[in-house]
Design a protein around this ligand. Structure first.
Ligand code: AHR
Length: 621
């Protein structure tokens, strides 16, 4: 296959081509990226059970609403009776990774107690204490008192099958019982942010060099039924003022990972935020009429003002500065109105009034903001963009390679969710889905991505979904990164490897490509104007008889002369098209890097195996 590459830089490409999409699904926020280790730390939601807390030392546990810690957290854990060392234990999000490192903890107590509290880790199997710390009680029946501590285990645990407990001497309690709330414990977090994010998962994301974050959903933005949509005001400020909400994916969200934490996440990974707002439609089909929508539009403007408003002159900008001490405004350039409004009876109202009401109000205040519709539609006002989602099987996803060639250039598009969720052999792709992405699917996703990059003038970027999966409890597979409480078990999938490679060298401008049609080698060629690199990205999919393909890449003009060198990185899966990375087996993808030298006329020749993904980078001179 021959590719003739033009010399002059063509259309500018998007700076956000490779990004990530996040919503709390599969315990991806709570029990995942959000580094809080205690499950059900504040008894949020409708549950009347203390689960998963268990009593220690013959105490009795119950929920008390007698004297709430705050209006957001009306329920507390009442601990009554027992003798000697009594208290309560938590299993974490299916275990605790115990290392010799500082764990930062805190809990509130109400009641009279003289003595120490002891916070500790225990091995579930051996009952051995892996570390403990005593905290002098300041507890009183006069009001809730916060206790802070640092627990440094003396011993690393062999595995994550451990529990955390708080105990105290029952003899020191006056009045028979104590109440506890907001019992929190964090390991060291990424960049040591308080209330921060899990290190190994952030490092796995950083490897992909994502440049945009689409959040907070996904279905989890929408809520199943009134009043359960994602509300920004409930996710900011001190944790004791965050009520949490019932998420769409069948578990309670703490909202500890809230709006501000999302913005900090963007800062830490140098990503552009793409902030989505609820747009008047619940997943169950409950719809806000036109006459009732304006308050939600206004509320989103308030949210934007909270993020971007001047601290001295705007109401919500001042709130940001006072709550967070964050006087400097953030910048939001991309917003999305709703999620998948093509579903659940949404399209007619969406194009008739819901999208236009949000669009007009946002554009009036922020004329340069990119406002994205949550569906593909021909009825887009002004310079609105749109969102295309595809869950597919490898053979069908290939069919989207040229999709964006056909787009008119008036309205941009983001591929806000994509994934191959089953093998071609599955008769119904939604059933019996694999737990992990598999190689053929990942190569086919590369074909989609390369098709998008060829149209970087109109495609904003791509974000795989879902991003994360807690292997102990999940609602959707496959997912980009899977994990348990034990970071040694984190699985970066084959699709992660593909995104990491394609994202590693960014194209700022397309270069003209002539020669053989892009099949079975799907390719894009571009320039990185900042480094001067010329780059050829390929995915080989469906080569006749699975044979390797001989490549000839000829660079026109003087840009690449004979003797110029290039780095070729090729990903393959020696285990075959169905191979996956999995817990304990994370080497499905083979990476080979070689240095090539251009022959006469700046021509590179090389060979690419079928089902491979590659990047050839000719470094700028
Ligand atoms: O990614 C899982 C779900 O798929 C998202 O929540 C939703 O937007 C889509 O239907």
């Amino acid at each position: 296959l021959r590719i003739n590459v033009g010399a002059a830089a063509g259309a500018a490409s998007s700076a956000h081509m490779y990004g990530i999409m996040f919503e709390d699904i599969n315990f991806s926020g709570d029990g995942g990226l959000y580094a809080e280790l205690i499950r059900n730390r504040a008894f949020q939601g409708a549950s009347t059970s203390v689960s998963p807390w268990t009593a220690v030392g013959g105490a009795r546990l119950s929920l008390s609403t007698t004297q709430p810690l705050s209006s957001a957290l009306p329920k507390a854990l009442a601990v009554t009776g027992g003798s000697g060392a009594v208290g309560f234990a938590n299993p974490g999000y299916w275990g605790f990774d115990v290392k010799v490192q500082p764990y930062t903890g805190s809990f509130y107590v109400l009641g009279d107690y003289a003595g120490n509290f002891t916070a500790s880790f225990q091995s579930t199997a051996s009952k051995e204490t892996l570390g403990s710390v005593d905290i002098v009680s300041a507890a009183t029946s006069a009001g809730w008192v916060q206790h802070n501590f640092t627990l440094v285990p003396t011993k690393a645990a062999a595995n994550s099958n451990n529990t955390f407990s708080i105990t105290y001497n029952a003899a020191g309690v006056k009045g028979g019982s104590l109440s506890f709330n907001l019992i929190s414990l964090f390991p060291p977090t990424y960049k040591n942010r308080p209330n921060g994010l899990r290190k190994d998962l952030m490092e796995a994301l950083a490897e992909m060099k994502p440049s945009i974050l689409r959040f907070p959903g996904g279905n989890n933005l929408e809520g199943d039924a009134p009043p359960n949509y994602w509300k920004w005001q409930n996710t900011i400020g001190p944790l004791k003022d965050r009520p949490g909400r019932m998420g769409t994916w069948s578990y309670q969200n703490t909202d500890g990972l809230g709006l501000v934490e999302y913005m900090q996440w963007c800062e830490d990974l140098n990503m552009e935020p793409l902030l989505a707002t609820w747009a008047g439609l619940y997943l169950g089909g409950s719809l806000t009429p036109q006459s009732g929508l304006q308050p939600y539009v206004d509320d989103f403007l308030n949210e934007l003002e909270f993020l971007m408003g001047d601290a001295a002159t705007t109401k919500y900008g001042a709130q940001r500065a006072s709550i967070l001490g964050h006087a400097r405004p953030w910048r939001v350039n991309f917003v999305e109105i709703g999620n998948e409004d093509n579903l659940n009876g949404g399209p007619a109202s969406y194009t008739a009034y819901r999208f236009p009401m949000f669009y007009n109000a946002i554009k009036a205040k922020y004329p340069n903001m990119t406002v994205i519709a949550s569906m593909e539609t021909k009825s887009l006002p002004g310079d609105a963009a749109q969102d295309y989602h595809t869950y597919s099987q490898p053979k069908s996803m290939i069919g989207d390679f040229a999709k964006f060639d056909r787009y008119d250039r008036k309205h941009k598009v983001i591929v806000g969710e994509y994934a191959n969720i089953n093998r071609d052999s599955a008769s119904n792709m939604w059933n019996n889905r694999p737990l992990y992405p598999f190689w053929k699917g990942s190569v086919s996703e590369a074909v989609l991505a390369i098709g998008a990059e060829r149209n970087g003038d109109v495609v904003i970027g791509l974000t795989y979904a879902p991003l994360f999966c807690n292997l102990n409890s999940h609602q959707w597979t496959p997912d980009l990164i899977a994990y348990t409480a034990d970071p040694a078990q984190t699985v970066k999938s084959t699709s992660h490897a593909v995104i990491k490679l394609l994202s590693s060298v960014r194209i700022t401008h397309l270069l003209s490509m002539t020669g053989d049609p892009p099949k079975p080698v799907y390719y894009v060629v571009g320039l990185n104007a900042a480094t001067g690199s010329r780059v050829v990205k390929t995915a080989v999919y469906g080569s006749p008889s699975g044979a390797a393909v001989s490549m000839t890449v000829a660079f026109a003009g003087d840009a690449v002369a004979a003797g110029a060198t290039a780095t070729l990185t090729v990903l393959t899966a020696p285990g075959g098209e169905n191979s996956s990375n999995a817990v304990g087996s994370i080497a499905a993808v083979k990476t080979e890097t070689t240095t090539l030298t251009a022959g006469a006329g700046g021509v590179f020749t090389y060979s690419l195996p079928d089902l491979s993904v590659s990047v050839l980078e000719v470094k700028g001179v």
